[in-house]
Design a binder for this molecule. Structure first.
Ligand SMILES: [Zn+2]
Length: 342
């Protein structure tokens, strides 16, 4: 078995075997989001020997993440490390024989096709509908299977979407759902839940990679009340679906340009500013300048600039900025022009 020894317990499992393991080692998977679900998913995929994992995340590690985001520790939070970098560091220690490609970026219509095509499977570790619609557009357009997952409070769900075989995400959700607006930041989330949902997503990913049949269901679980529900989606294709029937990919279309620049991070009391013109920021010079107006910390990947009134501005090298402490787009724009400049 040679260098397959580390996977011996998984190879003994008949669903995988040596043939399946060979497939996993040659596979490429993108995990979008390195939060609670993304850390669980990438942990399992790296341990299972998936050969190449691209981990995409736009955020940095904070103390409130440690309750459920299993790859991080207090030092990562203290150092303000981007999640993609902290996760990569940990995953390389777990399995140095696979490639973990850390991408510090917000998945958006400018980079989604570059980052996601060429992957065998895309796994959803995001916390928002817009990114899921974007993933769905790329997945349908380029015929890449993807595994959706979501978790909030004690309730979670997951679904496998296989272009050409199952309905797509947009068949099930024609538009961004206007729900109760519950998010992990308003009603919380239990860490055993994100472990379970992320683990299910990892299993379905392994099944896709070895060519085993995946669940045809939208599966929902409540781990507090021990309730589970399965809804077979095989017949759920919308005959008028813009994405998988008409091949009209609205989320890859540049029409909603302004909203793309300033967007609130769902339930986070945070506004993200993504400049439309590609540029890089000299973090050293910016730090020197900002020191006159507030407290500056950071590392080679980002700056963390604290102002009065609980406002913290995180500046990434690609000029993308997270403004923590407000949901007000106008205020965010003002702060952005004042401290970062257009
Ligand atoms: Zn569809």
């Amino acid at each position: 078995m040679g260098n397959l020894e580390r996977y011996s317990r998984q190879i003994l499992f008949e669903g995988i075997g040596e043939t399946g393991q060979g497939k996993l080692l040659k596979s490429r998977v993108a995990v979008v989001g390195a939060g609670a679900l993304g850390t669980v998913i990438s942990n399992h995929l790296v341990r299972s020997g998936v050969g190449y994992i691209r981990l995409i995340d736009r955020d940095l590690v904070e103390l409130s993440n440690l309750q459920r985001q299993t790859l991080y520790d207090e030092e990562d939070a203290r150092l303000n490390l981007p999640k993609a970098v902290a996760a990569q560091k940990r995953l390389n220690k777990i399995n140095s024989t696979v490639t973990v490609d850390a991408v510090i970026a917000d998945l958006n219509l400018d980079n989604a096709e570059d980052l996601l095509t060429g992957m065998d499977v895309i796994v959803d570790g995001t916390d928002n509908f817009m990114t899921r619609f974007l993933i769905n557009d790329v997945a349908v357009k380029h015929r890449i299977p993807w595994v959706h997952g979501a978790a909030v409070s004690s309730r979670g769900m997951f679904t496998v979407f296989k272009p050409g075989h199952t309905p797509c995400y947009r068949c099930l959700y024609p538009n961004v759902p206007q729900g109760s607006g519950e998010t992990c930041d308003t009603v919380g989330v239990l860490s055993p839940l994100t472990d379970i949902i992320g683990s299910y997503q990892a299993v379905e990913t392994l099944k896709l990679l070895v060519g085993y049949e995946t669940t045809p269901n939208l599966e929902q679980i409540d781990i507090w009340d021990h309730a589970a529900m399965q809804m077979n989606i095989s017949k759920g294709k919308n005959p008028n679906c813009p994405a998988c029937v008409n091949r009209q990919f609205d989320y890859l279309n540049r029409s909603s340009e302004l909203q793309e620049i300033y967007s609130t991070l769902c339930g986070r009391n945070t506004v993200q500013v993504s400049p439309r013109n590609r540029r890089t920021i000299d973090l050293k010079l910016t730090a020197e300048r900002l020191k006159k107006s507030g407290k500056v910390a950071g590392n080679q990947f980002l700056l963390r600039f604290s102002l009065e009134e609980n406002i913290t501005i995180v500046v990434f090298q690609d000029a993308r900025v997270l403004i923590h402490g407000t949901n007000d787009l106008v205020k965010a724009k003002t702060l952005y022009s004042k401290y970062i400049g257009n």
